[in-house]
Design a protein around this ligand. Sequence first.
Ligand SMILES: CC(=O)N[C@H]1[C@@H](OP(=O)(O)OP(=O)(O)OC[C@H]2O[C@@H](n3ccc(=O)[nH]c3=O)[C@H](O)[C@@H]2O)O[C@H](CO)[C@@H](O)[C@@H]1O
Ligand SMILES: C=C(OP(=O)(O)O)C(=O)O
Length: 435
Amino acid sequence: MSSFRVKGGLKLKGEITPQGAKNEALQILCAVLLTEEKVTINKIPNIRDVNKLIELLADMGVKVEKVGPESYTFQADEVDLNYLDTQDFLKKASALRGSVMILGPLLARFGTGRLSKPGGDKIGRRRLDTHFVGFQKLGAKFEYDSKQEIYKIDGTNLKGTYMLLDEASVTGTANILMAAVMAEGQTTIYNAACEPYLQQLCDMLNRMGAKITGVGSNLLNIEGVEKLNGTEHTLLPDMIEIGSFIGLAAMTKSEITIKNVQVEKLGIIPETFRRMGIKLEIKGDDIYIPSQEHYEIETFIDGSILTIADAIWPGFTPDLLSIVLVTATQAKGTVLVHQKMFESRLFFVDKLIDMGAQIILCDPHRATVIGLDRKYPLRGIRMTSPDIRAGVSLLIAALSAEGTSVIDNIEQIDRGYQYIDQRLNALGADIVRID
Ligand SMILES: CC(=O)N[C@H]1[C@@H](OP(=O)(O)OP(=O)(O)OC[C@H]2O[C@@H](n3ccc(=O)[nH]c3=O)[C@H](O)[C@@H]2O)O[C@H](CO)[C@@H](O)[C@@H]1O
Ligand SMILES: C=C(OP(=O)(O)O)C(=O)O
């Protein structure tokens, strides 16, 4: 288990470029299984979850070649289906959440798929019903082998159909979409998730020869095609990293320019941070955040306390609520953070409270943060990172705190943030990795 030792209280200054989007990468990498032709992917972040998925694809027989600092080619012309029955596969696949999305492509192309329970953050119940019910609607058989804890999916000759998803699951929509692109006839997915990750996946699949309309909406229509071709795809900048840098800049009074953010793809994210009183200027395709002594959280128009809640896209992503929460601790004013989707993502507030933050955890889904307006800085402490976004929030808290903090279990942070210590140290932070 590695740790970060963080000296707090330093102002950062300079430019930072976001990595390619983690959650998009996981979808796009699984999509390479849909064709025997070569697929080139650019802006692949060097993070644990993505590296593990690339390794898994290679173990399945996909030819993987690194062709540039952030570019890879993949060719799935000799996939070894026998590997899916090995303990090695089941163990590796269960190490990350994104591996679940190999099922849709495997089903579409080979009529079969296997998976043990996928990993990912322990941030509440993470059911997969939407995925499996979707596969079943397309005509596949689903079986859960409770002894071995394996999901088995089988079904050749999938047939397009109409389906209304029980919830707009991000990975579920991606999985069903990839299963449907080569199904016979027309598939309609209503209540589809439409995060930028999915829009990017749809655009990529269409470039490969798929016929998907309704991209960006919650109603996707897919006209099945016989086969898909190779393509080249570039990942979007990671919107969660961008939001994390905005919060970090405000908390540490830093002057930061976040480069090449593709601002039109960020949805409600910049506005949500603006409502917390954080000044940010869009300069071309960059976000400039000036050094700010104070920032004041707005109230609603009637004067009542602002609520920031998560929602499916184009609402505010749940992956940034922990960042909002930590950023609010040094704002002027009060905010109610309402994490509707996950029930165990707010418990990390106990560490912020230990650091001196004023937070009331109302219940597992809601926390009220009473901003300190920098009257009292947070105090450095030793803490453990419970999940990826809480981990980065604790890092932000530590960077703003008086004294030194130690954050354990930073493997969680490494899951999704590329060279975060080196990149922040280049802006003037003092973070030491202790292995
Ligand atoms: C690898 C990956 O891409 N992970 C992301 C993906 O996870 P993932 O695809 O696993 O998350 P889902 O979209 O399936 O669901 C997330 C949670 O929200 C609940 N839910 C979902 C939709 C809905 O309409 N109502 C509802 O309550 C689900 O029951 C679940 O508890 O999307 C989540 C939601 O944006 C993000 O936090 C994860 O970072
Ligand atoms: C929850 C997240 O990731 P995962 O779905 O991989 O656990 C996240 O990216 O915030």
